[in-house]
Design a protein around this ligand. Structure first.
Ligand code: GAR
Length: 197
């Protein structure tokens, strides 16, 4: 965090619903999280979370990946916009695009993701269904630093939930999501406290 700023500055990337972004905004508004949210950026123009961000008075931008002819050019455009906000942390909150190694390296140590599993278990998609099929009795979510490998990188904080006998992917996802909404603000606050120690 730069010395002249009292609060850490976040840029949040979303692709859809944006409920994790919302939990971060709410935690900041309630004074539980010491951050300024500089911008919310979506790679999809129809992301439901954009409207919430706009109504919350946050700079909400679309960088539509379909308008770029390569992953590299999309990531470069995104990095330029993100850099213009000079964030301390770039927060992936349901951002469903694989990022290039160059992008990840550019934001190394500042790029954070939430993943709906107890990493290193169940990287990738359909984590809830896979946890049920594997007979797990515990499942959850992880907030971690992003590295070039998918859903890898040091874990900052995890939240666990039980897997119940009659769970399907939807009931389990809902139980995990409830925890995600507490976990993400707590993990960001943990990072900020470590920076100012
Ligand atoms: C969340 O469950 C998040 O953990 C997951 O997408 C959902 C987004 O919901 N992320 C991933 O699967 C990343 N690999 P939200 O848009 O309501 O925050």
């Amino acid at each position: 965090m730069t010395e002249s700023r009292s609060k850490a500055r976040l840029v949040i990337l979303i692709s859809g619903r944006g409920s994790n972004m919302r939990s971060i905004v709410e935690a900041a508004n309630q004074g539980q999280l010491d951050v300024d949210i500089a911008a919310v950026i979506s790679n999809r123009p129809d992301a439901a979370g954009l409207e919430y961000a706009q109504q919350a008075g946050i700079d909400a931008q679309v960088i539509d990946h379909k308008l770029y002819d390569s992953r590299e050019s999309f990531d470069a455009a995104m990095a330029e916009v993100i850099d213009s906000y000079q964030p301390d942390f770039v927060i992936l909150a349901g951002f469903m695009r694989i990022l290039t190694a160059d992008f990840v390296e550019h934001f190394a140590g500042r790029l954070i993701n939430i993943h709906p599993s107890l990493l290193p278990k169940f990287k990738g998609l359909h984590t809830h269904q896979r946890a049920i099929e594997a007979g797990e009795t515990e499942h959850g979510a992880s907030v971690h630093f992003v590295t070039a490998e998918l859903d890898d990188g040091p874990v900052i904080l995890q939240a666990k939930v039980p897997v119940l006998a009659d769970d399907d992917a939807d009931t389990l996802a809902a139980r995990v999501l409830e925890q995600e909404h507490l976990l993400y603000p707590a993990a960001i606050q943990k990072l900020i406290s470590q920076q100012t120690e």
